[in-house]
Design a protein around this ligand. Structure first.
Ligand SMILES: Nc1ncnc2c1ncn2[C@@H]1O[C@H](COP(=O)(O)OP(=O)(O)O)[C@@H](O)[C@H]1O
Ligand code: SF4
Ligand SMILES: [Mg+2]
Length: 332
């Protein structure tokens, strides 16, 4: 696959859970692409479907009680409906995922080094001693001091930030082209958050990876992504370059997210994003725009007709709104 074709191409992806109370449309008709060496942000309030989308993109949804339609192609290989054998070939080697809580990815009763060794031996076929050397190198690469000593320790001996570094080292063991990071710094204190985000940035550039950074916090993605996908109630409601979305977003929900971001609107505030009202129940989505019950700009049409994504002025900038915010003048 040449570098000019997208690394990841997601088309009309839908994930619906079958629950005793009926279908839950967690992801509906999501499309986006990710290029080589790019960092894409997926942003939205808690419950907007970011995690379900990330897992579906990787083909990680279980087969029971969930229906996935659409397409997610990594280097041209379809992951929706792929066999477990096909997915195992891709996971770790072409794409790896890190989550909010590093302990969900680490085995608490296994030494740190062994957890990385295993991946290197099983996935990359390294010998025991080569795997050990490479694991120590990876621990060093992610900025763990005294990696030779740390190699022998258990995850419990490390701080939250250091554990996330270990998870990143393990994710890099397969030399993936794509790293999906789902709220990788939520729960860490602000200084450590910045260190981990800087590390991801640095690794992306050094290892020529692409990164998908999933977060509810626009402060996290402001300077670290080239493009953003904004999600609400399982749909993409605005997408475009990070610059366009910050300077001339058209969707009231995107504005509300920006205003609610503690670090962007009021650095002294530490509270998380709060938009008045609550996200809709995905089992009973309103007929029109899902944001209508909470939107200050809603008109009668918003309650009955769902707005489709339409192009804005900027390249690749699209928004779904009947009453878009005006483009500010004087912003280029
Ligand atoms: N296994 C499941 N069964 C039913 N609903 C689910 C399941 N997993 C997630 N959901 C629903 O999907 C929605 C989106 O969740 P999620 O992707 O975790 O949001 P986010 O990551 O943006 O906070 C939530 O409303 C959640 O309740
Ligand atoms: S379509 Fe209507 S309700 Fe939805 S965001 Fe736009 S103005 Fe608000
Ligand atoms: Mg999530």
């Amino acid at each position: 696959m040449s570098d000019s074709s997208p690394l990841l191409e997601v088309t009309d992806l839908c994930t619906t859970f079958t629950t005793p109370t009926g279908p839950v449309a967690a992801v509906s008709g999501v499309s986006f692409t990710l290029n080589h060496d790019e960092t894409l942000g997926i942003v939205g309030e808690s419950g907007s479907g970011k995690t379900v989308l990330s897992r579906t993109v990787m083909g990680l949804q279980p087969r029971r009680n969930v229906v996935v339609t659409g397409s997610s192609r990594l280097n041209g290989v379809e992951l929706v409906g792929a066999s477990e054998a096909e997915k195992r070939r891709v996971w770790g080697l072409e794409v790896a995922m890190i989550f909010q809580d590093p302990m969900t990815s680490l085995n608490p009763v296994m030494r740190i080094g062994k957890q990385i060794d295993e991946i290197l031996r099983v996935r990359r076929g390294l010998s025991r001693s080569a795997a050990r050397d490479r694991a120590i190198e990876l621990l060093e690469l992610v900025g763990i001091p005294s990696p030779t000593q740390r190699y022998r320790e258990y995850p419990g001996a490390l701080s939250g930030g250091m554990r996330q570094r270990v998870v990143i080292a393990a994710a890099l063991a397969g030399s993936p082209q794509l790293l999906m990071a789902d709220e990788p710094t939520t729960g860490l204190d602000v200084t450590i958050q910045a260190q981990i985000l800087n590390l991801l940035d640095d690794l992306r550039a050094r290892l020529r990876m692409s990164v998908v950074l999933v977060t509810h916090d626009l402060g996290v993605v402001a300077t670290r992504t080239s493009r953003l996908v904004v999600m609400y109630a399982g749909r993409v409601v605005e997408v475009g370059s990070t610059r366009d979305l910050f300077a001339r977003h058209r969707m009231p929900y995107t504005r509300a997210l920006l205003e609610g971001s503690p670090r962007l609107s009021n650095p002294a505030h530490t509270r998380l994003v709060t938009i008045p009202g609550r996200p809709p129940n995905l089992a009973q989505l309103p007929a029109g725009c899902s944001f209508a019950p909470r939107c200050a700009y809603a008109t009668a049409q918003c309650h009955v007709e769902r707005p489709e994504l339409q192009p804005a002025d900027g390249l690749g900038h699209y928004f779904a709104c009947w009453n878009p915010l005006p483009t500010p003048t004087g912003v280029s």
